[in-house]
Design a protein around this ligand. Structure first.
Ligand code: PMP
Length: 286
């Protein structure tokens, strides 16, 4: 396709720069939709079943029938995009909105046909020296809604918070609700405390990250000490290590939080996990 990658949009493949949407799409008007972001490693789709299951659960949570996601069909579409665009290490973005409505109205009409967009995006994960150096984070109040377990496209609060972090030269904002850690603005958060890896337990206050699950699998497989528990601001700031996890960068050590130094470089447990991740990707997606 000339000058543009192919995207999948409502049953057809079209060039990314020529695919457009109705102004009455509820995703555009209300952020009324959900999404997924799935890494592709060496042309292979990462943890696809988990991503599709989370997508279906997000759809059900906003009253959209999840049977529109047929696993085999979606995998076929993603593989077609990988082939058509020659993706090697990209990520795939799936966006499903409630669809185009008759008029702008908070109350949605039952006849809305969901809009489905699937496209790839180029990205470059941090290199190992950046990981070893570690990143800065800031602490912010978690003022998002109480359904943060839904991977909703309504991301205004996350966008504002992440931009605040960016303005402060930080990679991420670590969010506190009632003085307890929930997650980052676009990542889950882990700490290491006396050799024990800890992360907040799943609830309506945080996204069930697929990388969080992947890391948990690696932690259990490698018999590291692990606990899902409440983490106070004080525990966060006095921990031995902190790292963030997300699909684009599975382990990002945080060495500075606001004006506090956590460690002068990435800690040993964070680096051990980072290396397990790299090894898993190398060995699984040859
Ligand atoms: N929490 C939030 C708020 C996110 O936006 C993300 C994804 N960027 C994550 C956690 C991590 O989720 P995943 O590991 O599935 O990418």
């Amino acid at each position: 396709m000339p000058n543009s990658e192919a995207v999948y949009f409502n049953g057809n493949y079209s060039p990314k720069n020529q695919t457009s949407l109705s102004i009455l799409d509820r995703g555009f008007l209300f952020g009324d939709g959900v999404y997924e972001l799935i890494p592709v490693y060496n042309k292979h789709i990462f943890y696809i079943k988990d991503h599709l299951n989370r997508l279906k659960s997000s759809l059900e949570s906003i009253n959209i029938d999840s049977s529109l996601v047929d696993d085999d069909e979606f995998i076929k579409i993603i593989n077609s995009l990988i082939e058509l665009n020659d993706y090697v290490n990209h990520y795939i973005y799936i966006h499903i909105s409630r669809g185009v409505d008759k008029k702008r109205n908070h109350i949605y009409s039952k006849e809305c046909e969901p809009t489905i967009l699937i496209m790839g995006e180029n990205y470059k994960p941090f290199d190992k020296s950046t990981i070893e150096y570690g990143k800065k984070a800031i602490i912010e109040d978690d003022y998002r809604w109480l359904k943060s377990n839904i991977k909703s496209t309504s991301l205004l609060a996350n966008v504002l918070i992440k931009n605040k972090a960016f303005t402060d030269d930080a990679y991420e904002a670590l969010l506190l609700r009632d003085q307890y850690l929930t997650e980052g603005s676009a990542s889950n958060v882990f700490i290491v405390d006396n050799g024990v890896i800890k992360t907040p337990k799943l609830s309506n206050k945080l996204l069930p990250g697929i990388t969080r699950k992947f890391l948990t699998d690696l932690i259990i497989e490698n018999k590291l000490d692990f606990e899902e528990c409440d983490i106070s601001k004080d525990q966060l700031l006095t921990s031995d290590e902190i790292f963030c996890s997300s699909s684009t960068n599975p382990v990002v050590p945080i060495t500075r939080v606001d004006n506090n130094v956590i460690s002068n470089k990435a800690g040993p447990v964070s680096m051990e996990l980072y290396n397990y991740v790299q090894e898993f990707i190398r060995e699984t997606y040859k």
